[in-house]
Design a binder for this molecule. Structure first.
Ligand code: 1CP
Length: 348
């Protein structure tokens, strides 16, 4: 359990490492042929998430190939509404579909009764991973933040304009607040149970944080996050929480000041030099290579990665993407990036 041997934990505790540790959001997934093979065997995407043997294997696939410093539990943020009883399917090529929650009656149908029993395969995956990972590799658990989960629950899937979820929040803040309160409670409990099972760090994905104006951002992004962090810290004071308020723009500063997260994930659009000056003196940062650069590869990739390394190295920093690996990424480009990061700063 010595932190010295785990570069990600060292960075999250505020140490500057000689070479910045790295992992990549969506490092497991369809860009890897061995993932596609197992995914076909499992049947549906959810069957893969709820099968511990398969979920362990796909979590480990990128670690074996590229030697990331962290493994992220293979699951999905939408298992939480599923565990509350909201019907969920993933349609091939179309993304998630849920029966939308839009009325008090819909809200009343959600139930915590079966929550942990439903998620037991996820906890089992975490326990097995802790035993299977090399000792220097950190295991990251995760959940969606309440705002982003509410987006999927209310819209019934992905969305372009977020009119239904924003409409609900603006028209009936008290009713929407009940949904958010429920999500705060179960998400904190879910993360704590992942930690009990062996997760060493947890990340809160707020992928749709950037669609809200400032007042609503404070109320529905920062405030619920602050409450989850406080609840997790009450049970696990030493476990770092990384927040990823994607596309928060200028509101990154408020998020860092007020949410209580231990580290912040930067999306692709955040200028590294600005973040190094404004955010990094306050807490470790993670990010933020454009995933499309990883798909492009070659000199463009090398230059973009170097710019990020130059901005953030020497202070607490975890190299990552600004969003998830895209499906068309050639696996060899991830190998290139991994070589560059492991050699840094010698090959700059
Ligand atoms: O068919 C397939 O194989 C499904 C593709 C896939 C994968 C590989 C989905 C469907 N989810 C995942 C895994 C996943 N999702 C992980 C695993 C760990 C890893 O990073 O390797 C994680 C952390 C997530 C988190 C997740 N799911 C987020 C937050 C991060 C982000 O990308 O913004 C979100 C928004 C989802 C929802 C989701 N899951 C899958 C889809 C197609 C979507 C919808 C995305 C959208 O609305 O655009």
């Amino acid at each position: 359990m010595t932190d010295v041997r785990k570069p990600i934990l060292a960075a999250l505790k505020g140490e500057a490492c000689t070479h910045p540790p790295f992992w990549l959001m969506r490092q497991a997934g369809r860009y890897l042929p061995e993932y596609r093979e197992l995914r076909a065997k499992a049947g549906s995407f959810l069957d893969l998430c709820y099968n511990p043997a398969f979920a362990v294997e796909v979590t480990l696939q990128p670690i074996r190939r590229y030697g990331m410093d962290a493994a992220i539990l293979f699951s999905d943020i939408l298992v939480v509404p599923h565990a509350l009883g909201q019907p969920l399917t993933f349609q091939e090529g179309e993304g998630p579909k849920l029966d939308p929650v839009r009325s008090p009656a819909d809200l009343n149908r959600l139930s915590k009764a079966n929550f942990h029993a439903h998620l037991e395969p996820v906890y089992e995956t975490v326990r097995r991973l802790r035993g299977a990972l090399p000792p220097e590799v950190t295991l990251i658990g995760f959940a969606g933040a309440p705002w982003t989960i509410a987006c999927y629950m209310v819209e019934g899937g992905g969305s372009k304009e977020y009119a239904a979820v924003k409409g609900f929040a603006y028209r009936d803040p008290a009713g929407f607040g009940q949904l958010i309160n429920l999500l705060v409670e179960v998400t904190a409990d879910y993360l704590c149970t992942q930690i009990d099972a062996g997760a060493e760090v947890v990340q809160l994905f707020d992928s749709w944080a950037g669609v809200l104006p400032a007042g609503a951002f404070r109320r529905w992004v920062i405030e619920p996050t602050r409450r989850i962090v406080a609840l997790v810290k009450a049970r696990h004071p030493d476990v770092p929480v990384i927040g990823f308020p994607r596309a928060a723009g200028l509101l990154y500063e408020d998020y860092v000041a007020d949410s209580g997260v231990d580290a912040v994930g930067l999306d692709t659009t955040v200028p590294p030099v600005w973040a190094a000056r404004t955010l990094q003196p306050r807490l470790p940062v993670q990010g933020n290579l454009d995933p499309i650069m990883l798909a492009v590869g070659g000199d463009a990739l090398r230059r973009a990665a170097t710019e990020i390394l130059e901005a953030f190295s020497g202070r607490p920093f975890i190299f990552n993407l600004g969003h998830g690996v895209i499906q068309t990424t050639p696996p060899e480009h991830v190998a290139e990036l991994s070589r560059l990061l492991k050699a840094w700063p010698d090959v700059a």
